[in-house]
Ligand binder design. Structure first.
Ligand code: AHG
Ligand code: MN
Ligand code: MN
Length: 335
């Protein structure tokens, strides 16, 4: 039995051998993410106090205006991963291309690549609403000792060996999976230690929350419109409650605890929706499946999709299994 006051550090060591490759490298990698999470947490928390708010002026590859904290979080995560010499490549929402990491003494001997959304929900920074970080980890496909290539990053989500997120909310939590369920750790900011607070997290089989940007309703496919009307109908345990923060991490986190569905569908103005397959949807899909939930693009399992581009987008339906299945039923009727 896991004791109540177990730290993330202790948990990582204890569970290292349960991981199928059990080399210790993945543990080091999770440790690097733990460290970067604390640094970014510190920055997020002081954002209201010092003049680091507002747009940094740059535009990222998706043509979105970067907030300063996006840039900062990106730097901190890349730095933490590079310094520890445990990854051979990094891809980030904030970088046009992937980064090849060379260790000092050994050329590309590391096995893992990491894909990150360093700051998710960035439009919420200025208004003191919770934001997050999402990460996804794969073993490289190309042989060690050679430079990483795009192939190492364009793997289907089912190849992930670990994934997780950090939510900088009323408290800061790190939630992750290495394929043996999902565990959540809460930061005690006084001493800078994450404690296991949410062991074996699971989506309730069904729930009463639907999360979607209903402002886009007019542009949604008829199947999505019909599903939304179904959620709002007075029948059985409905109408459901509508909750949408606009930070995928926070919306997912709430829905996993309470039971619900998150949707970012395709629309007549955005054929693939908005969310990015590689560093938003795949890691969340892996977590969802590990937590007894489900993730789909409306028709297919997210983790089966063969990616073709680093920054590609995909429609996303994720959450309690029965709710996602119901949404898929409506999508199949009127795609
Ligand atoms: P990011 O801040 O990394 O660009 O991601 C924002 C994403 C996601 O977190 C959120 O659920 C969604 O965009 C919100 O989009 P809308 O404002 O279009 O609803
Ligand atoms: Mn995001
Ligand atoms: Mn982001």
């Amino acid at each position: 039995m896991d004791k109540k006051n177990k730290t993330l550090g202790e948990f990582i060591i204890e569970h290292q051998t349960a991981f199928q490759y059990s080399s210790g490298e993945l543990s080091k990698l999770i440790n690097a993410i733990r460290l970067a999470a604390k640094v970014v947490n510190h920055e997020v928390n002081k954002a209201g106090l010092v003049d680091i708010l507002g747009a940094a002026g740059d535009t990222n590859i998706q043509g979105e205006n970067q907030q300063k904290l996006d840039v900062l979080a990106n730097e901190k995560f890349i730095q933490a991963l590079k310094n520890r010499e445990i990854v051979c490549g990094i891809a980030s929402e904030e970088e046009d291309d992937f980064i090849s990491v060379n260790s000092n003494d050994k050329q590309n001997q590391n096995k893992y690549v990491v894909l990150i959304d360093p700051l998710d929900g960035s439009s919420n920074i200025d208004v003191n609403v919770s934001v997050g970080t999402i990460f996804s980890i794969y073993r490289r496909i190309t042989p060690v000792g050679t430079p990483v290539t795009i192939e190492d990053f364009l793997q289907p989500g089912k190849n992930q060996v670990a994934a997780g997120y950090i939510v900088y909310g009323t408290s800061t939590m790190l939630v992750y999976t290495t394929g043996n369920g999902v565990n959540g750790f809460t930061l005690n900011p006084a001493i800078g230690t994450f404690y296991l607070s949410h062991p074996n997290m699971e989506f309730p089989e069904t729930g009463k929350i639907y999360s979607v940007n209903e402002g886009n309703y007019i542009h949604f496919p008829q199947g999505v419109k019909d599903y939304i009307k179904y959620c709002q109908k007075e029948e059985d345990d409905r109408p459901y409650t509508s909750r949408y923060i606009g930070s995928l991490v926070s919306d997912f986190h709430r829905n996993m605890i309470k039971g619900g569905i998150y949707m970012y569908p395709k629309s007549s103005v955005a054929q693939n929706g908005k969310l990015r397959l590689l560093y938003e949807c795949n890691p969340m899909a892996y977590l969802a499946e590990q937590a007894n939930g489900k993730a789909s693009d409306g028709y297919r399992r997210i983790m089966e999709i063969e990616p073709s581009e680093l920054h590609e987008r995909v429609p996303f339906f994720c959450g309690s299994r029965k709710m996602v299945e119901k949404a898929e039923e409506f999508m199949a009727l009127k795609p």
